[in-house]
Design a protein around this ligand. Sequence first.
Ligand code: GLN
Length: 546
Amino acid sequence: MARYIFVTGGVVSSLGKGLTAASIGLLLERRGLKVGMQKLDPYINVDPGTMSPYQHGEVYVTSDGAETDLDLGHYERFTHSPITKNSNFTTGRIYLSVIEKERRGEYLGSTVQVVPHITNEIKSAILKMATHDLDVVITEVGGTVGDIESLPFLEAIRQFALEQGRDKVMFIHLTLVPYIRAAGELKTKPSQHSVAHLRQIGIQPDVLVCRTEVEMDDDMLGKLSLFCNVPREAVIEERDVRTTIYEVPLMLQEHGLDEIVVRRLQLPAGDLHLDDWREMVQTIKAVDEELTIAVCGKYIQLNDSYKSIYESLAHAGISQRVKVKLKKVDAEAVERDGARAHLAGVDGILIPGGFGHRGIQGKIEAIRFAREEGIPLFGICLGLQMLVIEFARNVCGLAPANSTEFEPECPVPVIDLMDEQKGVANKGGTMRLGAYPCTLKEGTLAHSLYGEARISERHRHRFEVNNRYRQLLSAKGLVFSGMYVEKDLVEIVEYPDHPWFLAVQFHPEFQSRPLTPHPIFKGFVRAAQQRARAAKSRASVAGERS
Ligand code: GLN
């Protein structure tokens, strides 16, 4: 019988609920428990797949092909929880399912209402996660307590605790304890109000996790305990971390959170094993070598748009013991000022995925610059498509080469809509999504990086390399080193006449973990490191001479 933990958030959004939930998951796993992680999102989109990255940040793709919230990326990076389409439910998905049932006549003539029909649907979504022999299911409730749209979810988890038994369910509330600089004081009032709101709905938090800038003293913790009706030892400080998010679980553990959860839910937990994680955090803090990777895309203003890519670069840096500094370069700025103005001096260039016409010329120029200057280049999804267009135009002399995504009547469509996409009209959930196998060609960079011939990676795209142009491209030196053989789709391309020039149609960033970085990211960062070291030693020789 699984136990359940619900993580809610109060006062403001962006408190790091996903990170906190993932950290709790990690601590419980490191005590020998099997953990499942799930997120409930209050918005009406059926999934975030149709939302702009500016609205929602990255869309995280699961191996079974669901387009989900980026917090699931934290769950996968911190834990081994099964992450599937059952790991993320939105209000839209819940309502869609209820309305479909109503149309099929499954409610037998009753009036369909928020309580009980929507709340029942939410409770069954939670139970869908409780398979897989899990000891604990951790469900994060998106949004902020007090929002109109969160209400059905809060009502559902209240009912859930009543039905399962209060001893099997735990409520953890993440709140903000703001520091008022002018008064030099921390303030508990917003937390008091948000807990009061939860209690009005019938939810008494068992644990209060307090996000704070400064250390909380005993008085403060005691005051929160008293006003929020939470035992003193269960009021936990979660201070802003300076160096790395991977420190959050260590901090929560120091305040005894794992033990509080284990005791409260009577979990069959063992001793805590966290040494490798601690060592990893120590490594991040200790490295002093640095390199710079330019990420050239169109959503660079927002940190969350390429979340998993940034994390994957950091993971590769940990294993290479080098700090990866990011230079976020707006592809439209490259279009305006030329590649050199923005990319000279970087040690590697990464072209991430994307949709639509804006900024593509800048990406093509960034790729040309990397190719001609011998700078390591890594393209992901749209990045691969841009690499192929650049190569067709500037190496193969096919000036009009383009993708039919940007130019439907293009005379040289080196990138074209996949056959299976022709005739697809709906936008939601209709791309080529999720994990597919890929076969690697022996003797290529891709094969040497993975060290095996058959891999599996996650996808999210509609367009592909047009097989009609493959021969022409390979005659000029482009190597198709990874293929989805079953459908003859290009998955990886590389250019051996260059220090490191490789692009993938899939999204490797969804499979990188801090302790097991992804092989392609590792190879890319290693190549960038070699370039940075070479530049440094050239500079020091020049310095000695002068
Ligand atoms: N827009 C491109 C396609 O649909 C690339 C998608 C992506 O980068 N995720 O194929």
